[in-house]
Design a protein around this ligand. Structure first.
Ligand code: NAP
Length: 311
C-alpha cells in the first residue's frame, strides 16, 4: 500500500504537486502569487521548495502564501544539496528554511541528494530526532538510487521511523526511475513525487518553434535535454497533442502521473498562462492506448537484470 500523505487537517494531498523553484526567480512576487492562487483554485494542496532555491526567495514567498492556511496545505522542502548530509549541516540548513518560510515545521523534509561521505546512520538519526521534536512530519529523499533508498529505509526502521517519500527526476525523456526506483517504491509503499515532468520545458514543444526558456538560458539544462532524440520526441508529442486537440504539456504531465507507481508530477512554470496546461493534466482521461502511444515516443530503459531472452 502506497503511503498516503495528508495535510495536517487530514485531507489526502492532491495528485499534482506544485514546485515553487521559479518563485522569486523567473517569477516575481506577483506572478508567484498568481500561480499559487491558480494552483490552489485547481485543488493543489502540495507545495515543493528547497532551502537554496532562488537564494531563499522561493521559501520566503511560499511561506508568505501558505502561512494563512498552514494546516490545509502540505509543505515539502529540501536540505543538504550542498554541505553534505551530516547532522550539523541538516540542522543549520533546516533552521534557515524555517526562518525563510516563517514557519516552524514542515510536512516533509527531503535530503536533496545522496552523500556517500557521511554515515547514513548520522543522516537518518538526525531526521528521526527532528521528527520526534515535531519539526518534520515525514522523511523523504531525492535523487537517490534505489539501493540508497533501501539502505536509508533499513536504518530508518531501526530508529522507529521510515522513508515516506522520494523525489526522482521523471518524464517522457527521463525514464530511468521506471527500472528500479518505481518498483521499489511500490513494494515499500513509498510516495513518489516526480520532478521536471516537462523536461525543463522541452516537452511544451516551444523549442521547435525557436522560442526561448530554460534550455536556451542554462547550460546544465541544455546538456540534460538538448539531444536529437529528445527533440524528435518533443516534436512527435506536439504533433500528437495537435491531433488530440490538447496541449503537449497536458499530455506530458498526464503521462507522468499514469505510471502504476502513481507518481505525483511536480509541475512548475513562470506564469499562470504557462501553468494552465500542466494543471489541466489533472483529470485528463489517459486511456491504455494513448499511454502506449506516448510511451513509444522515446526508448524505454533496459530492465534491471540482463537475463532478457527468457523475459
Ligand atoms: N529534487 C530535485 O533535485 C529537483 C530538481 C528540479 C526540480 N525540482 C522540483 O520540481 C519542480 C518542477 O521542476 P521543473 O521546473 O524542472 O519542471 P518542468 O515541468 O520540467 O519545467 C518547468 C518549466 O518549463 C517551462 N514551461 C512550463 N510550462 C510551459 C508552457 N506552457 N509553455 C512554455 N514553457 C513552459 C518553464 O520554464 P521556462 O519558461 O524557463 O522555459 C517552466 O519553469 C521544481 O519547481 C522543484 O520544486 C526538484
Amino acid at each position: 500500500m502506497t503511503q498516503t500523505l495528508r495535510t495536517l487537517s487530514g485531507t489526502p494531498v492532491s495528485t499534482l504537486t506544485f514546485g515553487t523553484m521559479q518563485f522569486g526567480g523567473a517569477a516575481d512576487e506577483a506572478a508567484s502569487r498568481a500561480m499559487y492562487d491558480a494552483a490552489r483554485a485547481a485543488g493543489v494542496t502540495h507545495f515543493d521548495t528547497a532551502v537554496g532555491y532562488t537564494d531563499g526567495a522561493s521559501e520566503t514567498l511560499t511561506g508568505i502564501f501558505a502561512r494563512p492556511e498552514r494546516e490545509e496545505v502540505f509543505l515539502a522542502t529540501k536540505v543538504a544539496f550542498d554541505g553534505g548530509a551530516g547532522r550539523a549541516n541538516i540542522r543549520a540548513q533546516f533552521d534557515t528554511s524555517r526562518r525563510q518560510l516563517g514557519i516552524d515545521w514542515v510536512d516533509l523534509l527531503y535530503i536533496h541528494r545522496w552523500d556517500g561521505d557521511t554515515p547514513s546512520e548520522e543522516t537518518f538519526s538526525t531526521l528521526a530526532e527532528m521528527q520526534d521534536q515535531g519539526l518534520i512530519r515525514h522523511i523523504g529523499v531525492s535523487n537517490y538510487a534505489a539501493w540508497q533508498v533501501m539502505k536509508a529505509q533499513s536504518i530508518a526502521r531501526t530508529l522507529g521511523t521510515r522513508i515516506d517519500a522520494i523525489q526522482p527526476m521523471y518524464s517522457l525523456v527521463k525514464r530511468q526511475a521506471e527500472v528500479e526506483i518505481f518498483p521499489m517504491a511500490q513494494d515499500q509503499g513509498i510516495s513518489v513525487h516526480a520532478y521536471s515532468p516537462l523536461g525543463g520545458g522541452l516537452l511544451t514543444g516551444k523549442y521547435a518553434r525557436g522560442e526561448v526558456g530554460r534550455l536556451t538560458e542554462s547550460e546544465m539544462y541544455r546538456q540534460r535535454y538538448d539531444t536529437d532524440w529528445m527533440r524528435r520526441a518533443a516534436q512527435a508529442l506536439t504533433d500528437l497533442a495537435a491531433e488530440l486537440g490538447t496541449h503537449p504539456a497536458t499530455l506530458a504531465v498526464a503521462w507522468t502521473a499514469a505510471h502504476p507507481a502513481q507518481p505525483s508530477p511536480i509541475i512548475s512554470a513562470r506564469s499562470v498562462a504557462q501553468l494552465a496546461p500542466s494543471l489541466a493534466a489533472q483529470g485528463y482521461a489517459m486511456t491504455p492506448d494513448l499511454y502506449a502511444r506516448l510511451s513509444a515516443l522515446g526508448p524505454a530503459p533496459p530492465p534491471a537484470t540482463d537475463r532478457l531472452e527468457e523475459a
